[in-house]
Design a protein around this ligand. Sequence first.
Ligand code: UDP
Length: 497
Amino acid sequence: MSSAGHAVDQQRKSTTMKAHFVLVPMMAQGHMIPMTGMARLLAEHGAQVSFVTTPVNAARMAGFVTAVEAAGLAVQLVKLPFPATEFGLPDGCENLDMIQSRDLSRNFMEACGALREPLTARLRQLCPPPSCIISDMVQWWTGEIARELGIPRLTFDGFCTFASLARYIIFRDKLLDNVADEEIVTFSGFPMLLELPKARCPGSLCVPGMEQIRDKMYEEELQSDGNVMNSFQELETLYIESFEQITGKKVWTIGPMCLCDRDSNMMAARGNKASVDEAKCLQWLDSKKPGSVIFVSFGSLASTAPQQLVELGLGLEASKEPFIWVIKAGNKFPEVEEWLADGFEERVKDRGMIIRGWAPQVMILWHQAIGGFMTHCGWNSTIEGICAGVPMITWPHFAEQFLNEKFVVNLLKIGLEIGVKGVAQWGSEHKEVRVTRNAVETAVSTLMNDGEAAQEMRMRAKDLGVKARRALEEGGSSYDNISLLIQEMGNKQNASG
Ligand code: UDP
């Protein structure tokens, strides 16, 4: 940087030193992880950050805390006791991945809402006072706190802008009301023809009593001062513009958040402690040819039926390609364990690694041996795949994952659909097989081979990976947006005294 540029940068940092962001995530891995990234990025650009969490979640964030302390960043945790038992949840049930049935999701949301008063009291004590709240869309009650404190609130839904816009239209036009699950929903005003069966739309999961919470979220989003996205301008320009036009809200694309974890230790410590020895995992990957391994992982919440896991394993075996397959702790079925031990692991031992529990996903995705990613299309996983520059096989389960599939396959053209039948709603067990072993074998073979279509996808994915990294480099679109966001919130605070 030139000395003049350096001076401007320093001046900008000093004028924005006072900007103090309070981040209130939804307590679920897919929402907390990107917000820890957001905290780092804001702090690296000179802002102060208070990250609101609860004791159990704070314990999971040990790696993050160590990293921000080591980097000397102005990030502090604001820990609030979580009233689980008062709302009919087991003691210590502080994350969505800990609730035993989706029927308890309403209790969980209400317990979150009970943090309103204690959080307001804590925020009043913070010094310097907060200048802005960035909170998850589901933590709608933080809008009330922001008004009480006289500061802006920006919402974060953890989606890409493409899916956020679709979600917005669903709420606005009440597209899911009085519609049967299989009925096709059309999104009017969306920049492309978008049609999906109701059961594949975000918001279709509505346990009794959640409707009011959903309406509150929407009302508060309408009142918010803008939306922060884990995305970057070059990825979805049209949808960012459309979102701003249709909602009248400013969009701040400041991602990809996962790029804040720059070395393999930081990548490995994301979200939770890995259940595999990272060094061994890297050693295994080092022994494989570049681009030869398919990584299979379905995020933190999706549940896969035992028969489906067996079918998936048989498909991977039949493909003859090297693979890493993550079977999450919540999907540890005795019958699957028995089947794995009864010959499968032995048959694939030279080319297959199974991780049971939490995988160091980003660390794995960034390894040069990874040539493809079979994903459930959670947005974090999707953008992590984009950053790593790997093409994907899309296997959506629920929520906005079917929209992300469309985005990846039809618009970005860096993935192929596995062809999921039906919808596996979060938390509701399905016994049937939705994807056959043949479909798995065909998709893996097609993606990992040298055919023209696969090569083109690979090239496009690599190109997007480069663009993603550029967005967060100095002068990149997200880098500049972060600086502008800090400046704007700092100025607002100065103007109000
Ligand atoms: N993740 C991980 N290891 C795992 C499972 C998930 O690191 O074994 C991370 C993954 O990298 C991503 C997040 O957890 O950052 C999952 O978020 P996503 O939006 O993909 O899916 P969700 O879990 O919300 O369905």
